[in-house]
Design a protein around this ligand. Structure first.
Ligand SMILES: [Mn+2]
Length: 358
């Protein structure tokens, strides 16, 4: 297996790439959304949602090639781009009037990702996105850790999708008048997704790009009044069946899958590794399951992560594993420290598994 790191847009700088290589990372996942280099975290979090930029130059062929050469110069491979900008495809998610126009943009991004020689496009197909997870000092030693809190759940004002405000005027008007996005059924969401997937798959195939879908975090059947697509492991089977091709694959988030109730995480990993369609793995541990859980360090949750790595290896998975989110530790650089710890833990675990069985 290869050890990778997901680097958010805010941190896509020469310094972070050097940090990643120093930690032994060989494969980079560029999580472009959520901010740009030069912005501070405070800048990024100042608005009512995460920042989102329509037609962002970073998704152009030139932008992708520049990013790739930065990563290559640091001695690593740019393995994947993670997520489309909400501002680029909100009407694909909402089935709005700009849906077809926005699909043209999404297809161009996938073509450009392929043309830049990047093999994988990770994405979420989610209206509510990742939400309702305050950071509290409940991790080991008081580390700030995400927990799900259903009491803060509110419906989504129009103008927002996936925690991003794509139309500020509409959003402000909607907040003032309690105007929320139209309710839909789970079947309607699956119809939207099916239409999207059948349209994007041939484009991805031609571009040499694998589309990798992340499950819904937190994995509830409904969140903020909207249905969720992948909130149980078995729903990945449904998704894989819609387009039965290697271009339709999973961004396999062990953390999110471990939050799901009524299923055995080890059986889930065993089942899906056998499909050969785990494109890459997000590794994270958790205590509890929805609606009551919190994220933990890799060695501090209810899941035996080394057993997960063994199941993946024994199932023939030889792809990229990245740390998912980690608790924020008490240093002046909580993200770097948390990732450094997780990367070291994963590298040592992979080595130990091979040595013990070897
Ligand atoms: Mn994840």
């Amino acid at each position: 297996m290869k050890v990778g790191l997901s680097i958010p847009g805010l941190l896509q700088t020469e310094e972070t790439f050097a940090f990643a290589r120093q930690m032994g990372v060989t494969h980079v996942v560029a999580h472009i959304v959520g901010g740009k280099p030069g912005m501070t975290l405070d800048d990024a979090l100042r608005g009512p949602g995460f920042p989102t930029f329509a037609d962002d130059e970073r998704y152009s062929l030139d932008g992708l090639l520049r990013l790739k050469s930065q990563v290559n110069d640091a001695g690593m491979e740019l393995f994947a781009i993670e997520n489309f900008e909400a501002a680029d495809w909100y009407d694909v998610l909402l089935d709005g009037p700009k849906r077809d126009e926005q699909m043209v943009r999404v297809k161009q991004i996938v073509r450009d990702v392929g043309a830049a020689g990047i093999s994988t496009m990770g994405y979420n197909f989610s209206i509510a996105g990742v939400w309702g997870r305050p950071m509290l000092p409940i991790g080991r030693g008081g580390a700030l850790s995400s927990t799900y809190d259903s009491t803060v759940e509110t419906p989504i004002p129009k103008g927002m999708v996936w925690n991003c405000v794509y139309d500020t005027e509409l959003y402000e008007r909607s907040v003032a008048t309690n105007d929320f996005i139209d309710p839909i059924s789970s079947d309607q969401l699956w119809d939207r997704y099916t239409r999207f997937l059948r349209e994007i798959a041939p484009v991805a195939d031609e571009a040499g790009v694998v589309m990798a879908l992340h499950p819904d975090d937190p994995p509830l059947a409904e969140l903020r009044g909207t249905p969720r697509l992948i909130h149980r492991g078995a729903l990945y089977d449904r998704m894989l069946g819609i387009v039965d091709s290697p271009v339709n694959a999973m961004e396999f988030c062990v953390g999110t899958l471990s939050e799901m109730p009524d299923q055995d995480i080890y059986e889930i990993v065993e089942h899906f590794v056998a499909t050969g369609r785990i494109r890459y793995v997000h590794l994270r541990n958790v205590l509890g399951r929805v609606p009551q859980y919190n994220e933990t360090f890799l060695d501090d949750g209810y899941v035996d992560m080394q057993r997960i790595l063994r199941i993946l290896r024994d199932g023939g998975f030889d792809g990229v594993v990245i740390p998912d989110h980690t608790p924020f530790v008490s240093t002046s650089s909580p993200w770097h420290t948390g990732m450094a710890w997780a990367l070291g833990w994963i590298r040592a675990s992979l080595r130990a598994i091979d040595a013990l069985d070897g």
